[in-house]
Ligand binder design. Structure first.
Ligand SMILES: Nc1ncnc2c1ncn2[C@@H]1O[C@H](COP(=O)(O)OP(=O)(O)O)[C@@H](O)[C@H]1O
Ligand SMILES: [Mg+2]
Length: 237
């Protein structure tokens, strides 16, 4: 099998309801899409449209009401908790808006931590990742000594440490100014081109998403593939 083109992720008819005291909130009403290894896919959509809900389900952090999520051929919805924990730690990486770094640990320690939890401790590899995100010279600094963009680069390095098949990013630049956002997306682009790292990215920053081929929009609980030309025409009318 050619590793660069196999199906990494296949989502079928995914539904998520939140049970409220008086009624049921149907957030996802039958979402389906797929990703191949080595791809960067974007999901855009209005605030409250269910983007984070979808990413949490794909990341095995929450259970759907129904549907299938095949990740590397296995359904993470029905898999045993022990297997899921392993996949969450070793095959998936997570990047969030507010970085979620541990303030009492240095850059180096933050990045190596998931690999220690996985029972590895590859110091040479950690230094290689820090080099890729251009933070080797800052490895002994604490998060509070770094800018927002640098902290997000640490979070990306940490997400990469166990060599995940897929990195899930929820508004990775939501807390950053335009210029710093560009740097973070440019890093993601480099990691994809040079190291074939796959990313699934939720963003408000549609201008960035349009540079990529695979963009979906979450509307009324359904995921629609966006036609870049039509969107461009609409936004310039
Ligand atoms: N745990 C929850 N319980 C009830 N409602 C929730 C919960 N999490 C999210 N929601 C609701 O689901 C909808 C989608 O939320 P979310 O996935 O966070 O949207 P987005 O990330 O696109 O802004 C919102 O209306 C939100 O209030
Ligand atoms: Mg969200």
């Amino acid at each position: 099998m050619n590793n660069s083109t196999h199906d990494l992720l296949k989502v079928y008819d995914l539904r998520k309801n939140y049970e409220m005291p008086s009624d049921v909130l149907q957030v996802l009403k039958g979402v389906g899409f797929s990703m191949k290894a080595g791809e960067v896919t974007f999901i855009v959509g209005r605030s409250g449209s269910g983007k984070s809900t979808l990413l949490h389900l794909i990341g095995g952090l929450d259970q759907p009401t129904s549907g299938k999520i095949l990740f590397e051929g296995e359904d993470i919805v029905t898999m045993k908790e022990k297997t899921l924990t392993k996949i969450r730690n070793r095959r998936l990486g997570y990047v969030f808006q507010f970085y979620h770094l541990l303030p009492e640990l240095t850059v180096y320690e933050n990045v190596i931590l998931p690999s220690m939890i996985a029972g590895r401790c590859e110091k040479k590899w950690v230094r290689e990742i820090l080099r890729r995100v251009k933070l080797l010279s800052r490895q002994n600094h604490y998060p509070s000594e770094l800018s927002g963009g640098e902290q997000q680069r640490v979070a990306i390095a940490r997400a990469l440490v166990n060599q995940p098949a897929l990195v899930l990013c929820d508004e990775p630049t939501g807390n950053l100014d335009v210029e710093t956002s560009e740097e973070v997306f440019s890093l993601i682009g480099d990691l994809n081109r040079e190291h074939h790292q796959s990313f699934l990215i939720i963003t408000h920053d549609e201008a960035v998403a349009w540079r990529y081929e695979r963009v979906y929009r979450l509307v009324d609980g359904i995921l629609l593939k966006v036609d870049r030309n039509q969107e461009h025409a609409r936004s310039t009318v």
